[in-house]
Write a protein that binds this ligand. Structure first.
Ligand code: 13P
Length: 342
């Protein structure tokens, strides 16, 4: 394993003012996103949409890397340039989602285990040859009186660590993504407790399985009150609770923490990240690896029409720029108004 190389890539992904675009929606997820704008999920529509994002001029000032899906890493831009090559040419690092999704965890009532370890060594080698330099694996956990169970916490931690070790063996930076889902009515304290348990188990397994933390990144949820909770925590409270949880459970050897947006509004996701960075400096870079929070306005502007590509690119560029500002605590909600020239 070339640890220096892994660390260099991990650090480049969390370079100042930059973060990651998650464009690795599986077939099922992109179908849902397209349904929300009345667009059919054909291979060409998926290609055209990703092309629009990846060719947005100037986005590379705020986007360090893009997570691709298996289909996308094999697709090309309209002029025939393979997507990984196109991104690389702009100084944007190509990455790949390698998990095969969260499946029912046997003998539980609705908890999940993420699958995809069988054959992963070979798939990683192929993805590396296709240009991927980092990867992502997502595990999910729910919060209620009995969840997440210790069983769910530890089986997913074990699988995340097995994935991370295989990535490093292949010379690929693993992003480990334990997502404690923030749906429901839980309090911010309950979210903190569940997130802390999940992170503690994850770093125990990563350590036991010999993963070099300085060649890895963490992609966690923020600590929020449940989306359906009656009394929701403020931006400042979310920043404090999330930081406290991370300080307790994430070793300083980890170069960066790249949050998922997880169903927050795009502006909330930006404001929360900004508030945390404004309270810095921290031992790790705090950045973003957003899917919905970077793409939602672009999808809405596009609605599948070629004549809307430019408007969609402006919308995406704007969100990338706002999150770039949040990387250094320099974002202010007023900046939203300056936005998106027609
Ligand atoms: P969201 O930011 O939409 O949660 O997506 C990030 C991601 O990659 C989920 O795995």
């Amino acid at each position: 394993m070339e640890l220096e190389q892994l660390e260099q890539t991990a650090r480049a992904l969390v370079a100042e003012g930059k973060g990651i675009l998650a464009a690795d929606e599986s077939d099922g997820t992109i179908k849902k996103r397209f349904e929300s704008i009345g667009v059919e999920s054909t291979e060409e529509n998926r290609r055209a949409y990703r092309d629009l994002l990846f060719t947005t001029e100037g986005a590379e000032d705020y986007i360090s890397g893009v997570i691709l899906f298996d289909e996308t890493i094999r697709q090309s831009s309209a002029d025939g340039t393979p997507f990984p090559k196109l991104l690389d040419g702009k100084g944007v690092i190509p990455g790949i989602k390698v998990d095969k999704g969260a499946k029912p965890l046997a003998l539980t009532d609705g908890e999940t285990i993420t699958e995809g370890l069988d054959g992963l060594r070979d798939r990683l080698n192929e993805y590396r040859d296709l240009g991927a330099r980092f990867a992502k694996w997502r595990a999910t956990y729910s919060i209620d009186a009995d969840r997440p169970s210790e069983y769910c916490v530890w089986t997913n931690a074990h699988a995340l660590a097995r994935y991370a070790a295989l990535c490093q063996e292949a010379g690929i930076v693993p992003i480990v993504e334990p997502e404690v889902l923030q749906d429901g009515t839980h309090t911010i304290e309950e979210s903190s407790k569940a997130t802390g348990r999940v992170l503690q188990a994850l770093y125990t397994e990563l350590h036991d399985q010999r993963v070099e933390l300085r060649g890895s990144l963490l992609k966690p949820n923020m600590v929020l009150s449940g989306y359906e909770a009656s009394d929701r925590a403020s931006v400042d409270d979310v920043a404090d609770a999330t930081l406290e949880c991370l300080y307790r459970h994430v070793p300083a050897a980890v170069p960066g923490i790249v949050f998922l947006s997880g169903g927050q509004s795009d502006e909330d996701a930006t404001a929360h990240l900004n508030a945390m960075n404004a309270k810095g400096p921290h031992p790790w870079q705090l950045s973003f690896s957003y899917g919905r929070a970077l793409q939602a306005p672009a999808l809405k502007a596009w609605v599948g029409k070629p004549e809307n590509v430019e408007a969609a690119q402006r919308a995406y560029y704007h969100r990338a720029k706002m999150n770039g500002a949040a990387r250094t605590g320099m974002y202010a909600p007023e900046m939203e108004k300056e936005a998106v020239p027609a």
